[in-house]
Design a protein around this ligand. Sequence first.
Ligand SMILES: [Cu+2]
Length: 262
Amino acid sequence: MAGILAVLIWLIALSATLLFSGKLGWFPEQISEHGGAIDQQFIRTLVVVAIAFLSAQITLGYFIWRYRDRGRGQVTYTHGSNKLEVGLMLLTGVVFVTLAAMGQKVWAQLHLKEAPPDALQVEVTAQQFAWNIRYPGADGKFGRTLPKLINDQSNPVGLDPTDPASKDDVVSLNRMAIPVNRPIQLILRSKDVTHSFFVPVLRLKQDTVPGMAIPIHFKAMKTGEYEIACAELCGMEHFKMRGYLMVMSEQDFDAWLKDRAS
Ligand SMILES: [Cu+2]
């Protein structure tokens, strides 16, 4: 019986590893400047975890097999080895700190480093259950917004019409157009609860938090239409919170924005 259990553990561990290494149900293509580095970091982490997982499961199966009951009735007890435990803990610590150090470079570039000065500013205001995308218009300045002016139908972000800078602001529902190969600076906000702005093809995911304006930047390298999802369970209709990222040429983008402004 114990022999069967050991073999079963080995088989489950092996098939789980094969599922991952065969990249079944893997990520969609990636189209952002930093996406390659993020994928590399993910794969590095996965390989390290797979080595730990496989060696633990193989050892577990081995002990079950080796010490299965063969009717000898003789057992001995051990109090373990402190040296071995400290050693394994240190090894785990070193591995994880190294992984974190390797990953922090791309993380810092995206989250801590300022966007390049020529970046296009786009504001994203999440709400139950939609994305409001705002562009500053020709003046390059976002107009003032006031919470009391918010109206879900006619003024979803509460633009203040008395502010001249708000006159040319463009607000788009669930559709974010951006030019290809140009840095984009997003400012993420939320009107109600915590949401998470997730664009799988950009490998970009950031919470939007009420009361905070969270900056993040990226550059998309390939035109096309991609999905924006909310990655935070934010209410009953969370599943409906879907937007589209349209990456287009600079000319197409200008035309799109002009069309929206008129
Ligand atoms: Cu949401």
